[in-house]
Design a protein around this ligand. Sequence first.
Ligand code: PSU
Ligand code: MN
Length: 303
Amino acid sequence: MHSNLRINDEVADALTQGRPIVAMESTIYSGMGLPSPANRECHERCDAAIRAGGAVPALTAVLDGVAVVGVTAGELDRVLEGEAKIAARDLPRALASGLGVGVTTVSATVTIAAAAGVEVFATGGIGGVHRGSELTGDVSHDLLAMSRHPVVTVSAGAKAFLDLARTLEELETLGVPVVGWNTDRFPAFYVRDSGFPVPATVRRGSDVAGMVRSAAAVGHPGGILVANPIPEADQLDPARINAALERALAEVDANAIAGPGVTPLVLAAIAEATEGDSIPANLALAENNASVAAEIAVALAAT
Ligand code: PSU
Ligand code: MN
């Protein structure tokens, strides 16, 4: 029987030797997360940031019916061009049916990372509770998945096209610890402050490593969300980005899109509404998250 999980050699060696590893999702690096060629540059910069921080990058994806932890250089193009978005609930079908290429969301990545024994994961922004969810019920599975799997997620908060107040409420309901990285504010992706506070602030990788080991000691399941604001110099003007978000949401409404197609459509509409200015900001925050994730992975490996 062939295995549905493949860990590449570099990641497998690091696991055996207890060296730091940072998992990466692949939806952000596909056309559904970023337009070409920014998607490739984003992957390059995140991969380099993780290595510079002393950790091994492990890009996850589904390739030929196998959940891959550590996509190799030779496989990367297939992933960048991937068009099937795979959340955790899509994994069983994708693997059992031998899907050619599937790009993994946050929920699928924490699932696969946990299965492989990888404890830290870097993304751009997580999914969350959508505006109007009281009618549509649209809440990203990312939130529940983070509460299920013991993986630290480093994210620049979440985009304000979501209902951030409800997203934070839902994370509390699900029992996911949320900490701000050198901030007491929950960031909103392109901007450093969403207007909402975080329950606690951490200042270094060892602070998060201590939380991970403490959670395990008392049997608290699931992961931790580290909210890492975009660097000051890369932040976008909040008024401008909010106007672009409103235009993007109106476009989604007009197209009567629902389900997993919503987020990719809003992301594309935002890039268009900001005339591409959102792209450098997106790359900068993803790279910054990769660096922080590496610092946390290094601290965890030392415990
Ligand atoms: N938000 C972003 N960029 C992204 C995503 C969300 O700012 O690329 C992607 C991530 O892969 C996330 C997924 O896990 O969208 C959430 O999709 P949904 O809302 O359908 O759960
Ligand atoms: Mn959804």
